[in-house]
Design a binder for this molecule. Structure first.
Ligand SMILES: Cc1ncc(COP(=O)(O)O)c(C=O)c1O
Length: 407
């Protein structure tokens, strides 16, 4: 049988059916693409997307060059990641948190935390499962839950004003109420993007108790584990009683060592969970970032002085941007972690973060992201706008100058 000719560019069948499937239809193009294009066309300072404008440690760059020149990792590395990196991840979790993981069966290297999230959700969810996630949420969560055919159930972090300032807090009753018999998994993120909230030990203990009581799996995105400020403390969820066996923990070299382009991430967890995640991962990328894996293994073994300096540098940047935004008239939610600061634009007489961010490049020569893109409840997120401070101090100072002049 011969098929009839069809015009170039037409789908083979169902010409009135859109190419993008129903599960992804709501996601379209990310706001980051639109805002980065605006930054370019207007010559604005881009405080939208979260990537540092300086590379991580020189010796780690050199380690990558060495690996590449020595022919280590230029061909497909082993599926779970190179042994050196898996051992370094296990050693890091033990040294910092007292968490013992077997490097062969309980560590998996991924193409950034992004693939770790995708593979975890695709592996652990069945269509119809519910996933309780903190809202606002990192944008890939919703898309990956949708690709798995599952349903997201957001629990919204709400702004609170208290003695030390203002921050977004989790309502533990709301979290408990969100869990149903269909809930398969809690998706947690601490330190939290975009609010900068670091969940406290008590909050984490309550989440852990709930997970154990309702027999839930937990995927916890801890990519900003090294960026906590003031007296905040990062406590991995996997350290709480009953959690090690039900928790998949996600880390990222992009975030911890300022090499976001290398796309090296990892998961740690009990063998059955890691093996499940690996089943999905092998059909997404199979493997990635060969030579960079060797360099990241060295990075994870850097002395505490590296991590302390990284934190101190980012803290100084936070303070420049947070103070400048406050002086320009924003209400600032001073972040206890991450390299993002969320602001409320209502003191400026504004209430629509989308409109505000679309106008900001022309108005002030600065690009920011409307937090509403991280919400199902767009109304709840409408007045909030996120700025990234992982930029050189002079860049932040110039951004602050522009914002103060504009408002
Ligand atoms: C909360 C969170 N998770 C995951 C990622 C992705 O990390 P990676 O670049 O390692 O894929 C990001 C990046 O911004 C993030 O903010």
């Amino acid at each position: 049988m011969t098929s009839s000719p069809r015009p170039v560019g037409q789908p083979v069948r169902h010409p009135d059916r859109p190419p993008l499937n129903r599960r992804l239809a709501e996601f379209g193009t990310t706001i980051f693409a639109e805002m980065s294009a605006l930054a370019l066309s207007t010559g604005s300072i881009n405080l939208g997307q979260g990537f540092p404008d300086t590379d991580g440690p020189e010796e780690i760059r050199e380690a990558a060059v060495r690996a590449l020149r020595d022919g280590r990792g230029n061909q497909y590395p082993p599926g779970p990641g190179v042994p050196e990196l898996r051992a370094a991840v296990a050693a890091h979790q033990e040294r910092r948190y007292g968490l013992l993981y077997d490097a062969d069966t309980e560590v998996l290297v991924t193409a950034g935390a992004t693939e770790a999230i995708a593979a975890s959700l695709l592996a652990l969810l069945e269509p119809g499962d519910e996933v309780v996630a903190l809202e606002p949420y990192y944008d890939s969560y919703a898309a990956c839950i949708a690709m798995a055919g599952a349903r997201r159930v957001p629990v919204t972090l709400r702004p609170h004003v208290h003695d030390e300032g203002a921050s977004f807090r989790l309502d533990l009753d709301e979290l408990r109420d969100a869990v149903t018999d269909r809930t398969r998994l809690l998706l947690v993120n601490t330190p939290h993007n975009p609010t900068g909230t670091v969940l406290t030990r008590d909050e984490l203990a309550a989440i852990a108790e709930l997970a154990v009581e309702r027999d839930l799996l937990v995927v916890t995105d801890e990519v900003y584990e090294h960026l906590v400020f003031d007296d905040a403390e990062h406590v991995p969820l996997a350290t709480f009683p009953g959690m090690r066996e039900r928790t998949v923990t996600i880390g990222s070299a992009g975030k911890s060592f300022s090499f976001t382009g290398w796309k090296v991430g990892w998961v740690t967890g009990a063998p059955a969970l890691v093996s499940a995640v690996r089943s999905a991962k092998q059909f997404l990328t199979y493997v990635s970032s060969g030579p960079f894996q060797y360099a990241v293994a060295e990075a994870l073994a850097l002395p505490e002085t590296y991590f302390a300096a990284f934190r101190a540098d980012m803290l100084a940047k936070r303070d420049v941007l947070a103070a400048g935004l406050a002086e320009a008239g924003f209400r600032v939610f001073r972040p206890a972690g991450t390299y993002f600061v969320t602001t409320d634009i209502r003191p400026l007489g504004e209430s629509d973060g989308f409109a505000f961010c679309r106008a900001l490049p022309e108005r002030a020569g600065v690009v920011a992201i409307p937090n509403a893109v991280f919400y199902d409840d767009r109304e709840a997120g409408a007045p909030f706008v996120r700025f990234a401070f992982c930029k050189q101090v002079e860049v932040l100072q110039e951004a602050v100058k522009r914002l103060r002049a504009a408002f």
